[in-house]
Design a protein around this ligand. Structure first.
Ligand code: 691
Length: 446
């Protein structure tokens, strides 16, 4: 079967009556459409990636948090026309509750912060690595789940927070061998758009919607976008002015248009000067066209991109100062980013930077005849007690089989428990790289 959720053509053949009652259902062994299994080799790569996420988070002083993959649907219902809303993996549970598999982690984080309320001392620096879901029509054939690394700073209104987050992602890229020649960040602020829209009297509550439409600038034809903007009430000349501003790629040019007094300019100037101090100026560039596709961003926004220009955004984030208050919480300044596990792996493949992660074990222990299995278990326990890794042969197997397995699991040495040696309190130790074999007293084994 094609893993499309079919029943794999389960059928009951013309069998003896006893079997007919038990439907011989051949189940589909593929994971559900758009999802992945992680067999050992893939799990090693995933763990390598996540360990790098975790190590950077630790070095930056962030604490790990997690939330349920299942949330109330209400947490994600925003009226700004986001793609993430159209693809919500939502359903009614057996208690008739509207629930959803989380499409992102930030709303859950906001919920937890509000739940904990005054008991939390600010600023919070939290990180999470969690599986996120979307339900796309079968046509797209795209994944329906991915893992996201999130880092969030809650309670810091200054752009020093955004500068810190960008620094942490640069540190991550460096750890896995990527340089400023491979990847970079496009940085902007939604306050740029806000200042333009204000001149045209566009009400605040339209802001999210306008940003979501603008975010599609490279995905839909220009006149389609203009139409959508007109529908939400943006005038022709406001659209013209916005599009002109969005094409700006330098802060000096932006200042000519906006003037120097606004928050957009001061935020961006401060961020770029902090980048200089952090030492990652080569990694960032101003690009007014960056708005990101999430309605709740209110200030600085950024996205990581590959300079080869072949891949979708590697990561993205920004400031979301209003999200907590939209959940009925106190207003708290916040910023964060999401970093998916898919695009980065494609990029590492392309750059030949995927690590070689081999399975290996220090010892393989085997009894040379069945009544020494207990002795072999003792030897394994002694070695494990010393923190050594042991693959204990659990059945009575010929030596040929043991050597084959030893090679496959990359064992460093073979411990042989034979009766004559065992009588003398010894075991056989064969170094599998040098081939050297010797007898060792059990209590001298290390
Ligand atoms: C490249 C990729 O797999 N993207 C992806 C895959 N699954 C998702 C699931 C939820 C939200 C965003 C998602 C994004």
């Amino acid at each position: 079967s094609t893993g499309d959720g079919g029943n794999g053509g389960g059928r009951s053949g013309a069998l003896s009556p006893t079997l007919v009652t038990e439907e011989l259902q051949k189940i589909d062994v593929n994971p559900p459409k758009g999802t992945r299994d992680f067999p050992p080799e893939d799990m090693r790569l995933r763990n390598w990636l996540f360990n790098n996420f975790r190590e950077v988070s630790r070095v930056y002083g962030f604490e790990e948090v997690d939330f349920p993959v299942l949330e109330s649907e209400a947490l994600f219902i925003r009226k700004a026309g986001e793609e993430i809303r159209d693809q919500l993996y939502c359903f009614e549970d057996r208690g008739n509750r509207r629930v959803a598999l989380r499409p992102e982690l930030t709303p859950s984080l906001a919920r937890l912060v509000i739940q904990k309320g005054k008991s939390l001392s600010l600023p919070l620096k939290w990180f999470a690595i969690g599986q996120c879901w979307r339900y796309e029509r079968m046509t797209r054939g795209r994944r329906r789940e991915h893992y996201q690394w999130n880092m969030d700073i809650i309670g810091v209104p200054e752009v020093t927070a955004e500068a810190e987050l960008l620094s942490s992602i640069v540190a991550f890229f460096k750890r896995i061998g990527l340089t400023a020649a491979d990847v970079g960040f496009k940085v902007s602020s939604r306050k740029v758009l806000q200042e333009v829209l204000k001149c045209y009297g566009i009400p605040e509550n339209m802001f999210g919607k306008v940003c979501i439409i603008i975010d599609k600038i490279e995905k839909i034809p220009l006149d389609e976008m203009k139409k959508e903007l007109k529908v939400v009430g943006v005038s022709e000349d406001a659209i013209e002015e916005m599009l002109q501003v969005l094409s700006v790629k330098s802060l000096t040019k932006l200042e000519e248009i906006l003037g120097g007094g606004g928050e957009a300019m001061s935020d961006l100037k401060q961020l770029f000067s902090l980048a200089e101090k952090f030492g990652y100026s080569d990694w960032i560039q101003f690009d007014a066209s960056i708005v990101r596709g999430l309605a709740y961003y209110t200030g600085i926004v950024f996205e990581g991109f590959d300079r080869g220009g072949k891949l979708r955004a590697i990561c993205g984030g920004g400031r979301y100062d209003r999200l907590l208050s939209t959940f009925g919480g106190d207003d708290l300044p916040a910023c964060g980013f999401g970093f998916g596990d898919a695009v980065i792996v494609e990029l590492l493949k392309e750059k030949k930077l995927l690590p070689e992660l081999n399975v290996e074990v220090e010892n393989i222990v085997c009894a040379l005849d069945p009544d020494l299995q207990g002795a072999a278990s003792r030897v394994a326990t002694i070695l494990r007690g010393k923190g050594q890794t042991v693959d204990l042969v659990l059945e009575n197997k010929p030596l040929k089989w043991v050597f084959k397995r030893a090679t496959r699991i990359n064992a460093q040495r073979l411990i042989l428990v034979g009766s004559s040696e065992w009588q003398r309190g010894m075991v056989g130790v064969k170094d599998l790289s040098s081939g050297e074999q010797r007898e060792v007293k059990l209590d001298e084994l290390n």
